[in-house]
Ligand binder design. Structure first.
Ligand code: KIV
Ligand code: NA
Length: 278
């Protein structure tokens, strides 16, 4: 399998082929996502919620993102990997922004970065693109601004808001973004934006008119995801239940001494154990 690139992504859009994207934060998940044939992986700052246990994405740092991006890249060497720029790392000087971008690309080995915002970050997006780094935009409900938005609410519900979202999308395309995530946007508005732009839109809670879809891994497989939004997520499995019951069974067998059993035990007759770790 050959990794997708931003030129092919645009071609997917022209050909009407939807893009599939899922988040991953570590090596095993990335490995499985690549084996499953995902088009793009997002190392999202949802890391803060679903992996680090914070109640928002705000505490996530560049260090956190670099560490997790590196492990994802090691697991999915043939997949296009986008890393989120965390809260407060791209609203200062261009120099400061580029330092963070450099770390995600050069230390994290991401292929692209994602930033939340529209018109107000268009110049920043342009500077990053000019540095040779593909940028994925992200508008609609932007979780890093949750304290300003006043909650996780649907975007684009009235005509003025719809117009604002369209303007933001156009500003990002003009700034050189290779695609835009639309989060919690009404289906009509997301469809209109997708039809207007030549770059692909990737929706989450943004309906059926987008050029691709993204979901959070922990929601897709129900891996202890307490922040799982109810309506727009579809779950395709329940590994949380599987993991809990597996650990329960292990605990029980330790307690009743049925583990370890005969076949798990070494005696003096056993030789080297290296094949156990091969
Ligand atoms: O961090 C994340 O998981 C995201 C997606 C929800 C798009 O930004
Ligand atoms: Na994010």
């Amino acid at each position: 399998k050959q990794a997708l690139n931003i030129v092919k992504m645009k071609k997917y859009k022209q050909d009407g082929v939807p893009l599939s994207m899922i988040t991953a934060y570590d090596y095993p998940t990335a490995l499985l996502a690549e084996e499953a044939g995902i088009d793009l992986i997002l190392v999202g700052d949802s890391l803060g919620n679903v992996v680090l246990g914070y109640d928002s994405t705000l505490p996530v740092t560049i260090d956190d993102m670099v560490y997790h991006t590196r492990s994802v890249v090691r697991g999915a060497g043939n997949t296009f990997i986008v890393a989120d720029m965390p809260f407060m790392t791209y609203h200062g000087s261009v120099d400061e922004t580029l330092k963070g971008v450099r770390r995600l690309m050069q230390e994290g080995h991401a292929h692209a970065v994602k930033m939340e915002g529209g018109v107000e970050i268009a110049d920043t997006v342009k500077a990053v693109v000019q540095a040779g780094v593909p940028v994925l935009g992200h508008i609609g409900l932007t979780p890093q601004s949750v304290n300003q938005i006043g909650g996780y609410r649907i975007q684009g519900k009235d005509a003025a808001d719809a117009r604002r979202l369209m303007d933001e999308a156009k500003a990002l395309e003009a700034a050189g973004a290779f695609g835009i995530v639309l989060e919690l946007v009404t289906e009509e508005v997301a469809r209109a934006i997708s039809e207007e732009l030549s770059i692909p839109t990737i929706g989450i809670g943004a309906g059926r008119g987008c050029d691709g879809q993204v979901l959070v891994f922990h929601d897709v497989v129900q891996y202890a995801s307490p922040y799982m939004p109810k309506r727009f997520v579809k779950t395709y499995g329940d590994v949380g239940t599987l993991i809990r019951s597996s650990i329960e069974a292990y605990v029980k067998e330790v307690k009743d001494r049925s583990f370890p059993a005969q076949e798990h035990v070494f005696t003096a007759a056993d030789g080297v154990v290296e094949q156990l770790y091969g």
